[in-house]
Design a protein around this ligand. Sequence first.
Ligand code: F6R
Ligand code: MN
Length: 187
Amino acid sequence: MTMKKATERYDLQTGELSGEYASHSRKKLSQLKGVFADGTAFAAMDGEQLVYEVSAHMAVKEGTPGGLFFGTSTIHPGRVGNEYFMTKGHFHNKRECAEYYWGISGEGVLLLMDENRRCTAEQVQPGSLHYIGGYLAHRLINTGESDLVVGACWGSDAGHDYGSIETAGFSARVLCENGKAVLKESH
Ligand code: F6R
Ligand code: MN
């Protein structure tokens, strides 16, 4: 019997993923049209500005029943008007599929919304662990001045439904007021 060398890597300090199954994607401001409330501030900004990056470790094909995916999301610091940089947010296609998030570095908020549009929010910081139950849309918001880095693990058959968030958004936003992050109901 031979012992295989580990070729897939996860940096415990930074959350950086590498290896055969790691892939990386980036979201620029221009890809987030309609996500932020202040359309005028959005239009005045450079669309090339990087808002967030996702590294994912996918050892099986998307949609494989029973498999797992593992990822690291990095949301850069910044604002559109008084609204902090954040991810698009999504429900899982298979609504019952849950997910784990954990804070690696930086400070932020995990915004959750159920199918009746009721929102709750959890503070994310290094070492915080977040169980995102099924039937909950989820979005990460960077309320700090450095990168917000968050680990994630979810089912390979969960899928992503961005459509309902693109249409109706979340019913709450996290805004900067007098230098502080505040949770505001929207509609
Ligand atoms: C996977 C998951 C995260 C997000 C990532 C980017 O199910 O929740 O890996 O995909 O934080 O956010 P979205 O996908 O909303 O652009
Ligand atoms: Mn998810």
